[in-house]
Unconditional design. Structure first.
Length: 561
């Protein structure tokens, strides 16, 4: 944000911290961030905010940013998620420092540090089930109950911990806990669990380990190993920060210390961001998959036609805050409209076609009409579009008995065909159900560009497609997946109750100008007067499929006035 006094962008609170650290030469004046996703699902728009922040700060301060997978829970992790996360980060335009890193890279070191903590009386093996441990922690207003195993002899703890590692005990039989303070008002300091037994094959380490570290233990220690200077987390980890620092106190040597800084996560209206809920949508078939264009996943947004530039612009617009708030999804849609308006070629597509016959136009004649590819881009040039006696227009561009302010086609009315002629409706034909099947018009041959009537004004301009040259396509009209601004915020109702039944409409009889025959998946266009569209990965040479990214205007704002 620019200040009126200087015209320069003001610093957000994280930038202010970094600049103060650099001024004081903290950590030798380095800036080293990390993005630490769990490989247990696909990234969503909230992760995109964190990606832009972590990688963006590293770029801004000539630093480094690591990609480190928090792969400490093999029950839920898959290589598919690892691959998708790397693809999403690169698609957004970022590259991590050196090779991807994994918390599992440090399992040996984390184990050694845990052994040292046991030897120093800072950790112990607890034989109680985790449910009882959680109950004994109590509530913040009164002390918890100490485990009967809290003062176990060091040698016994070392022996049990090694046997846990060697796989001698079943899942849930015992855990390793840090010995901190069972009376602390911060529940995370009440002897938190460091390791649990889990006989589960890991996607990288195989069956080497039968114990896995908890996130709170692995997180800060991994930061320390990698030389991270600023460990950026969302606000829910603020209460974890004393534990983050306590674990570092057990291993840190010298002046270097990573610093955890919390910021507000992205909450988006009309959206759910919980991985669990998103997985539920996928597993229950309520969407077609993680990359369904209605999903807030990065892969879903990419398939819908969003651009990396639009998402980065959105992340920049919403900024970095210290308090949670809800961002209107309309701002995300505005960001993609703004970018696509600059880059997307304008093309003709008729989604609900009705036939128009221009009765005074010569039969068998075809003309090439020259139209702009993108008036917003001086370098975009022009293209030729075929015009003939029979064309398609949108069905809702004609009314038998139009109201006074309807400036499209009706009996006796004139409109201009974009890039072509002015036509006038003389008659129309209906079927037995009263549906319009054909419209009969005449054209003014002098109203083409260069003709004597080229500057004649009419109030309406329609897009069109020449009937003999039209290609057919399936068009998927995507809309917001939920009808409620906060679908997950109702304690007494399931979020799935708010799914929008009209979030996807499939049109199969759409007529497109012939240039779109060469469209390839991910190619983006503005269908004139209709919105921004993207060729889908389901497209083949035999069948073209397009997804609507967004309408030209925010139809929801209009709908909800």
């Amino acid at each position: 944000m620019e200040t009126p006094e200087t015209g320069k962008r003001s610093l957000n609170f994280i930038e202010a911290i970094i600049e103060e650290d650099l001024k004081n030469n903290k950590n030798e004046g380095r800036v080293h961030t990390r993005f630490p996703p769990e490989p247990n699902g696909y990234l969503h728009i909230g992760h995109a905010k964190s990606i832009c922040l972590n990688f963006g700060l590293a770029e801004q301060y000539n630093g480094l940013c690591n990609l480190r997978f928090d792969d400490t829970n093999p029950e839920k992790e898959e290589q598919e998620y690892v691959d998708s996360i790397m693809e999403d980060i690169r698609w957004l335009g970022f590259e991590w420092n050196e090779k991807p890193l994994y918390a599992s890279d440090y399992f040996d070191q984390l184990y050694e540090w845990a052994v040292k903590m046991i030897k120093r009386g800072k950790a112990y093996v607890d034989d109680q089930p985790q449910e009882l441990i959680a109950e004994q922690r109590g509530v913040p207003t009164r002390p918890g109950v100490e485990s009967p195993y809290r003062n176990r002899p060091v040698e016994e703890n070392l022996d049990l911990f090694e046997r846990m590692k060697n796989g001698e005990f079943p899942n849930g039989d015992r855990v390793l806990r840090a010995k901190i303070d069972m009376a602390s008002p911060n529940m995370h300091l009440r002897d938190p669990i460091m390791y649990r037994i889990l006989h589960e094959e890991h996607h990288r380490t195989g069956n080497k380990w039968c114990i896995y570290p908890m996130y709170d233990y692995a997180h800060g220690q991994s930061d320390y190993i990698e030389g991270i200077t600023h460990s950026l987390c969302t606000l829910e980890f603020e209460i974890h920060r004393p534990l983050y620092d306590w674990f570092l106190d057990q291993i840190a040597e010298g002046d270097y210390r990573p610093r955890q800084i919390e910021f507000a996560r992205l909450n988006l209206s009309y959206t759910v961001m919980s991985k669990r809920k998103l997985l539920q949508l996928v597993e229950e078939g309520l969407v077609s998959g993680w990359d369904d264009p209605r999903m807030p996943t990065i892969s879903g947004l990419r398939r819908r036609g969003f651009t990396p530039q639009s998402i980065r612009s959105f992340a920049d617009r919403i900024g970095i805050a210290k308090r949670d708030n809800v961002i209107d999804v309309g701002l995300l849609e505005f960001s993609v409209r703004e970018h696509l308006n600059q880059i997307a070629p304008r093309v003709f597509a008729v989604l609900d076609p009705v036939k128009v016959v221009i009765t005074n136009y010569p039969e068998g004649k075809t003309e090439e009409m020259e139209v702009d590819n993108n008036p917003e881009d001086p370098e975009a040039g022009k293209r030729k579009v075929p015009f003939s006696r029979e064309i398609f227009i949108e069905r809702n561009d004609f009314m038998e008995d139009p109201p006074r302010k309807f400036f499209r086609l009706g009996p006796g009315r004139e409109v201009r065909l974009k890039g072509a002629y002015i036509i006038k409706c003389e008659d129309y034909k209906k079927d037995e159900n009263g549906n319009i099947t054909e419209i009969y018009c005449t054209y003014d041959p002098e109203t083409r560009s260069g003709g004597s009537g080229a500057n004649r004004k009419v109030k309406g301009t329609l897009h069109w497609v020449s009937l003999p040259h039209a290609i057919e396509a399936e068009v998927r009209l995507y809309d917001r997946l939920f009808m409620d601004e906060d679908p997950a915020g109702h304690k007494d109702r399931d979020f799935r109750e708010f799914i929008n039944p009209d979030s996807l409409k499939i049109l199969t009889n759409c007529k497109l100008e012939p240039s779109l025959q060469s469209a390839r998946p991910d190619d983006k266009f503005q269908f004139q007067r209709l919105g921004y569209f993207c060729a889908d990965k389901d497209s083949t040479e035999e069948k073209l499929v397009f997804n609507r990214t967004v309408p030209l205007r925010d139809s929801w704002a209009k709908k909800n006035r």
